[in-house]
Design a protein around this ligand. Structure first.
Ligand SMILES: [Zn+2]
Length: 393
């Protein structure tokens, strides 16, 4: 039980101060506890400059200053935080012991826990270093070593073999992991290392000129393993293979896909030549000039480009091609090198009608617009302009 000392408004919420509390306030890289005080939900806990622990409560408060109240923290979350935080002490010491790498930063996020290490090496060396630190850290967990809290004077602290942690200024509370690590820290810790559970590194990156290692401990490692395991099984089922073979199956699929893509591009080139030939054969002819004008339903600009190029490879062809996507029309205009009609000007006029923009060179232009209903008329108009500008033979 605790007594309510203060209640006041803070950032739109009620702030409650008790004469004693079990709630851990956010600090030192560790998130705060959550829980309830007399059934009122405490969703944030902070500590102010005077050392007052402030319980932030949303909504009405069912007690008053001077009342006796009962606080209850969310123990599942507390355990999760203790596992991540204690795991950090263990892993940081492993990197320090093995490679002299110091932990310069530490934070627990909703997704993982991060430490910033003074560890510099080639990526494959870092991978190997992480595996060794992970092995040592887990060995310390499996040893189930005792973890002791010492409250010592700064002078006594100075005599202890403390691992450097520059982000902790107050050296009065020291956490000892038996025969392994001494660290000044104000956070919440396990009583024995076994409580931490598995320590699993999920990945690393370079950040702030240091190596940032992401890891998970205990229940978080279990949940992550479960997720990753399900994903591996789901992929393996798609290949009708074992999960050990998933990587080689995916690699094979990628290679096969690359090969098919290359082949499909080659075939598209051939198809464009054949299609261009057929379109020219069927095109309107004006005084030796062939005007190919067509709207396609489901082609992208790249396909239109390819076809347009093949259409104007020979002499005396103007290609006015369009494709309808759901809300937009795309245009590609092109002409043979021996002609002089201005595709850029033609495209600008057509796009204006479509409520869009376009342009390009005098022999090849792109454009588009959103007035898809105007597309046929825009092409018809362009065709008329081409016809009229063609010098009669
Ligand atoms: Zn700690």
């Amino acid at each position: 039980m605790a007594r309510v000392v203060e209640i006041f408004e803070l950032d739109g919420r009620k702030a409650v101060v008790l004469d004693q509390t079990a709630f851990y306030p956010e600090g030192g890289g560790q998130p705060n506890d959550i829980g309830v005080i007399n059934r009122a939900p405490v969703n944030y806990v902070s500590i102010d400059d005077d050392g007052r622990v402030i319980h932030h409560i949303e909504g009405d408060i069912p007690f008053a200053i001077g009342d006796e109240v009962a606080g209850e923290i969310d123990w599942n979350r507390r355990r999760e935080m203790i596992q991540q935080h204690t795991g950090q002490h263990i892993l940081s010491q492993a990197f320090f012991q093995l490679f002299g790498a110091e932990t310069k930063g530490f934070r627990i996020t909703d997704r993982s826990t991060e430490i910033d290490l003074t560890l510099e090496a080639q990526p494959d060396e870092i991978d190997r270093a992480i595996a060794r630190a992970e092995d040592l850290a887990n060995a310390v967990v499996f040893d189930n070593r005792e973890i002791r809290v010492h409250n010592v004077s700064p002078e006594e602290a100075a005599a202890l073999p403390l691992r450097k942690e520059s982000f902790v200024a107050d050296c009065v509370r020291v956490i000892e992991i038996a025969d392994y690590d001494w660290s000044p820290c104000g956070g919440t810790h396990a009583i024995r290392t076994g409580e931490v559970g598995l320590i699993a590194v999920r990945g690393w990156e370079r950040a702030k000129k240091m190596t940032r290692v992401h890891f998970l401990c205990g229940v978080r490692a279990l949940n992550d393993y479960r997720r990753v395991s399900r994903t591996a099984d789901a992929i393996a089922r798609k290949f009708s293979s074992g999960r050990e073979d998933v990587e080689s199956s995916v690699t094979r699929l990628f290679d096969e896909n690359k090969r098919l893509l290359r082949r499909s591009r080659e075939l598209a080139q051939i198809a464009a030549i054949v299609e261009a030939h057929e379109l020219i054969e069927a095109a309107e002819t004006v005084e030796g000039l062939r005007i190919v004008s067509k709207v396609f339903e489901d082609r992208d600009v790249e396909e239109l480009n390819l076809l347009a190029h093949r259409l104007v490879d020979g002499d005396n062809v103007v290609a006015l091609l369009a494709a309808k996507e759901s809300e937009t029309a795309r245009l590609v205009f092109a002409r043979s090198a021996n002609l002089s009609a201005d595709m850029n000007a033609l495209m600008r006029a057509a796009c204006e009608r479509l409520g869009g923009r376009g342009g390009g060179k005098s022999d090849f232009a792109h454009g588009g617009g959103t007035k898809v209903g105007e597309l046929n008329q825009a092409l018809e108009l362009s065709r008329t302009v081409v016809r009229a500008s063609h010098p009669r033979g």
